[in-house]
Ligand binder design. Sequence first.
Ligand SMILES: [Zn+2]
Length: 379
Amino acid sequence: MLKAFKYRLKPTTQQAELFAKTFGCVRKVYNLMLHDRIESYKKHQDTGEKIKFPTPAQYKHEFLFLKEVDSLALANAQLHLNAAYRQFFQQPASGFPQWKSRKHPVQSYTTNNQHGTIAIKEGRYLKLPKTEPVRIKLHRQPQGVIKSATISLTACGKYFVSLLCEMNIPPKPKTGSVIGIDLGLTNFAISSDGVKIPNPRTLSKTAVTLAKAQRKLSRRAQHAKKDGRPLSESRNYQKQRILIAKLHEKVSNQRNDFLNKLSTDLINNHDVISVESLNVKGLVRNHKLARSLHDVSWSSFISKLTYKAAWYGKQVVQVERWFPSSQLCSACGHRGGKKALRIREWNCPSCGIHHDRDLNASLNIRAEGLRLLQGAETL
Ligand SMILES: [Zn+2]
């Protein structure tokens, strides 16, 4: 089992320079390989020539500076590109591999541990290839064997390392319980045992502050434009940009805490967790920012549930997006057709039972999850 442990890093100026150089080289190699793969594919279509898969090594003659950084970081760029292609072939809707941009809010690179090249030293240093040990804020000990390290720099200028460790994780005790979860907008989730899990208030408060801050940022951009100043020289614009980066980080931390607690709680208390696969709510009209926050939360929630289930010997079943969870009566199975979103409660025309829309949906998701699981077991 693989588990990640994340820590703050405090590099010296010199180390920060090396990190910046490595981020740049990884980005360069990634983009070169992506470019060459696209070109090779075009050629393949025109002439039938075999598709070539570029490797980082082939660029080192032309771009000598690539030799100065950790070669494993470059090798990982190749793996990341392959993964991006794989993802695209498996789920074309996820989009074609994208160019890596210098302007991306988070810059990062990944390197591997080769017989102790990555290690914690004296409880406050991290040994990494190509550099003197870097100061690390070790708020807890990593467990197991370190396989790789991902070094990242966020938009507010903070450095982090995520250590991916291989370890034995004992399964959690079985509870015999199966639960269905309906993901919502007003409430984050509604479970089939009747519990409504509200969106954390802190999160929505920060989201409002963030929206305001973003409007201010665009006003400042307009001012600078009117005065003919480039944004890089507009101090007020830059100040606001960093403030927004900090708010984004705050939102993301709050969301992570909330989703970690919720997913752990569900994994502890249930053996099977049935959820909708995403895009179910694709039709919901909502404020753009609020919407994107929800989208990120939902996909992150499902991914946390999925990997924790794998760690602890539990199961997550994803119910297909076309499953009419809000149309079916969970008591008798009567299918009543689509219901407008404003209809929060309804009576089943067939059996007469009174339904809360979301609770009914989560009961249907639970039943469908069980059905899928039993189908899979008899195969
Ligand atoms: Zn009914």
